[in-house]
Every structure is written in structure tokens, then in C-alpha cells.
Design a protein around this ligand. Structure first.
Ligand SMILES: C[S@@+](CC[C@H](N)C(=O)[O-])C[C@H]1O[C@@H](n2cnc3c(N)ncnc32)[C@H](O)[C@@H]1O
Length: 259
């Protein structure tokens, strides 16, 4: 994947927004499984998101695209103050609210930005694996909303598909990525026995696409961060399993601030 990809098309209409949203509504229970067993989420995306956040002690956080709230809860357990999780998928939010009812952490979940109190400002906005789940218009909206919701000195932390990733068509740590002729990215999720339990079709964004949307919304400082494997993941799966992962990582971090 790179910015010069001639096959790249941008799907940016209402039908595609509906398809993307329906996709997560339909697979909510498989996605909940992925948040528990997928090595990429457990040992790369989540711990590296926490690292990029730094000490969340007392921070007021908006978790955009929180799905079933697995990472939202992790931030709370790591010491975050007030947290609001936002996701437009009602099925995902049902899972998040059920978990909150069973094991309360004081997290509020909303399915519409209008449910966030007027004038509320956040220290941090997290957007973990949400860019690939939206259209270009929605990507811009995420940055515009984040810019509005963040305190002046606040920051946005994201994890997304790495546009430079290259190992398509092979098993990469529990996933098979495919580069579709229509420009989107297909992902099959495999369990530890190699059995497929979920498939999704994601949007491809170049680094330029993301940076442009961020800057347009007023984020003056943006940086990309290579992601590392959590030592617990190396202990669980062994070094051979992760060979070449950090050198050609499917995921990448993105941090943005306005000041
Ligand atoms: C791959 S999941 C990531 C969930 C969670 N952040 C995590 O990493 O476990 C993407 C989520 O983005 C949500 N989503 C879809 N469209 C969105 C939008 N326009 N704004 C915010 N979130 C959206 C989906 O419903 C889905 O729950």
C-alpha cells in the first residue's frame, strides 16, 4: 500500500457509510471475541495505545468508536477519570452497556455525539481502529468533532491500518489481509487453531489522507508511531510467531494535538 496506489478508490457515499456500520452491527459478538483473543489487539493495539496515551491518571477521555468497550474499560482500569464511549453501532453499545451493568466502572456510552453534554471538554480522545471503519467524510468528521471536544492542550491518540504494510494473502499473526481490486482491504480473523471466525472489509487511507483530515480540523502537530509487541505476547506465542511483525507491522499509531 502506498500513496501512489493507482487502484485506490475512495468510497465516500451514504451507502458505504451504511455498509460499514451494518458490518459492525452484524459481527458484534465475533468482534467481542476478537477483543479477547486476537493477538494483534491484545498484544499490540491495546498495550501500544496505552503507551501512547501515557499516564491517564484522572484524565477525562472520549473513546470514539468504542465498540463493546474493551479498550474503554482498560483505560479506566489504568486510572482514567471520567470516560465516555461513543459508537454509532447499537449492537456494539449493547455489549458495552451489559458489561458495564455486570461490572460497573462508571463509564457512560452514547450512540450520538449530541448525547455528550454541551460544553464538555476532554483531555484525550482515543480512536482505536476506527479510521478503517469509516468513509473519508466520516474521517473528517471524527477529526472535526475531536478538535471541538478536546481541551486546547489535549491530544488525540489513534491506531489504524499501516499504509506501508505489505504481506497480503498470507497468514500474519491470526489474520489474513487482502488487497481488493476495489481498493478496500479485506481482513479474515483466525483463531489460534487457524479457523476463520470473522471477516471485515475496511477502508484504505494513505498517511496523507489522514494527515490532511487532521490538519483541516486544526491539528497542527501530527506524528506517526511504529508499534511494538507487548512482552506478554512474546511470552505467550514465542519469538518465531512474531518474526518480522514489527518490521512489517499491519498497524501504526497516530498522535495529534492542536497546540
Ligand atoms: C474495529 S472497531 C474498533 C473498536 C474499538 N475501538 C477497539 O479497538 O476495540 C471499529 C468501530 O468503529 C465504529 N464506527 C463505525 N462508524 C463510525 C463513525 N462514523 N464514528 C465512530 N465510530 C464508528 C464501529 O461501529 C466499530 O464499533
Amino acid at each position: 500500500m502506498n500513496d501512489k496506489d493507482s487502484r485506490k478508490k475512495v468510497y465516500n457515499d451514504e451507502a458505504e457509510e451504511q455498509r460499514l456500520l451494518r458490518q459492525f452491527d452484524i459481527i458484534s459478538s465475533q468482534y467481542a471475541l476478537a477483543t479477547r483473543i486476537d493477538p494483534n489487539k491484545r498484544y499490540v493495539q491495546y498495550p501500544e495505545s496505552l503507551r501512547m496515551i501515557g499516564d491517564p491518571g484522572g484524565a477525562v477521555i472520549l473513546d470514539i468508536g468504542c465498540a463493546n468497550g474493551t479498550f474503554t474499560r482498560m483505560m479506566r482500569c489504568a486510572g482514567a477519570g471520567e470516560i465516555i464511549g461513543f459508537d454509532p453501532s447499537e449492537n456494539e453499545l449493547t455489549d458495552a452497556r451489559n458489561e458495564e451493568a455486570e461490572r460497573p466502572l462508571g463509564i457512560r456510552y452514547v450512540s450520538d455525539y449530541s448525547q455528550i453534554p454541551t460544553g464538555k471538554r476532554f483531555d484525550l480522545v482515543t480512536v482505536i481502529m476506527v479510521f478503517p471503519a469509516v468513509t473519508s467524510r466520516q474521517l473528517e468528521e471524527i477529526f472535526t468533532r475531536s478538535s471541538k471536544f478536546l481541551k486546547m492542550e489535549g491530544k488525540l491518540v489513534a491506531v489504524t491500518l499501516n499504509p506501508d504494510f505489505s504481506r497480503f494473502g498470507e497468514v500474519v499473526n491470526g489474520r489474513i489481509f487482502s488487497r481488493r481490486a476495489d481498493g478496500r482491504i479485506g481482513i479474515d480473523f483466525l483463531d489460534d487453531g487457524g479457523k476463520k471466525y470473522m471477516s471485515i472489509i475496511d477502508t484504505y487511507f494513505s498517511m496523507t489522507d489522514v494527515e490532511r483530515a487532521a490538519r483541516k480540523a486544526g491539528f497542527a502537530n501530527v506524528r506517526w508511531e511504529a508499534l511494538k509487541i507487548d512482552p506478554a505476547g512474546i511470552e505467550k506465542y514465542g519469538t518465531d510467531y512474531w518474526a518480522g511483525y514489527e518490521e512489517d507491522c499491519p498497524y501504526i499509531g497516530f498522535v495529534a494535538s492542536r497546540g
